[in-house]
Design a protein around this ligand. Structure first.
Ligand code: HEM
Length: 248
């Protein structure tokens, strides 16, 4: 067996792909982690507890995957949509009734949006329940709160785009409620609507926020969030294990 391993790792083909030997010793195992584009996101060493499925339920990763699905389906939806009050509703109807897989595409995007809100809220609850918001992770908790607000913002702005009765009245009510917020309320309402009521200006603004501003912000802030998990020393479970080790 050893001879076969030696033959493989010394071959030209292996050495042209990998910068490490067979991962059966600590040095080569850590080289696997640091020289692979996907693995290098992870620390070289992690505690067993933080890898346990029941510790994090992978909810943060699931949120990131759902966001990717939403981005891909959202881009495809843009091929069949125009943000104008005359045509938006017709475009959505045509997409559902005449475009192959149009109904599936729309449903994936809509259900994906609901799922993302649920997953992000559950992720936040898990972080709270495991006490992972405490120092040194308090900054990442605040970054997470921004991500939650962005996720809700993406759902809210997307809701208007079909331009049906449900969308129109939901955004009329939502922006009116926002208008009553103390201090910045009226300014926020005017900025969102771009006029006295829900109309073409509001549709243009919601579209720009929904397809560009909010997704770009979520992508950038998620990158910061995941990088920060790494810099804060991995998941909080890691600390508990290390403290346990030093305490005896
Ligand atoms: C778009 C939304 C979000 C994404 C994509 C995301 C992604 C992630 C990922 C991939 C992790 C690594 C561990 C895991 O999978 O659970 C993580 C950890 C963490 N997240 Fe999020 N997150 C989001 C929202 C939030 C929210 C709303 C909060 C809290 C307000 C939050 C606070 C944290 C904290 C404190 C950690 C470190 C947890 C620990 O050390 O155990 N995140 N996040």
């Amino acid at each position: 067996m050893q001879k076969i391993k030696d033959f493989i790792v010394n071959s030209r083909v292996w050495r042209s792909f990998f910068r490490h030997g067979w991962p059966d010793n600590p040095l080569d195992r850590s080289l696997v982690m640091t020289t692979n584009i996907f693995f290098h996101l992870h620390p070289v060493k992690v505690s067993r507890k933080s890898l346990r499925w029941s510790y994090s339920f992978g909810l943060g990763i699931i949120a990131a995957i759902v966001f990717t699905v939403l981005t891909v389906t959202g881009i495809l939806l843009m091929f069949y949509y125009a943000p104008t009050v005359e045509r938006a509703y017709t475009y959505i109807n045509t997409l559902q009734s005449q475009v192959p897989f149009g109904q599936l595409l729309r449903n994936m995007h809509r259900w994906g949006a609901h799922l993302m809100v649920i997953v992000v809220v559950f992720h936040m609850a898990r972080v709270f329940y495991t006490g992972a918001y405490k120092p040194p992770r308090e900054f990442n908790w605040v970054v997470g709160v921004i991500l939650l607000l962005m996720t809700l913002g993406a759902s809210f702005t997307g809701y208007l785009l079909p331009w049906d009765q449900l969308a129109y009245w939901a955004i009329t009510v939502g922006t009116s409620v926002a208008g009553y917020a103390p201090g910045l309320g009226p300014t926020a309402k005017a900025t969102l609507l771009g006029g006295p009521e829900v109309g073409q200006e509001a549709l243009t603004r919601f579209y720009a926020l929904h397809i560009m501003v909010i997704p770009a912000a979520i992508a950038l802030i998620t990158a910061l969030h995941i990088w920060r998990v790494r810099k804060d020393g991995g998941l909080a479970a890691q600390d508990a294990e290390e403290e346990g080790e030093t305490n005896g």
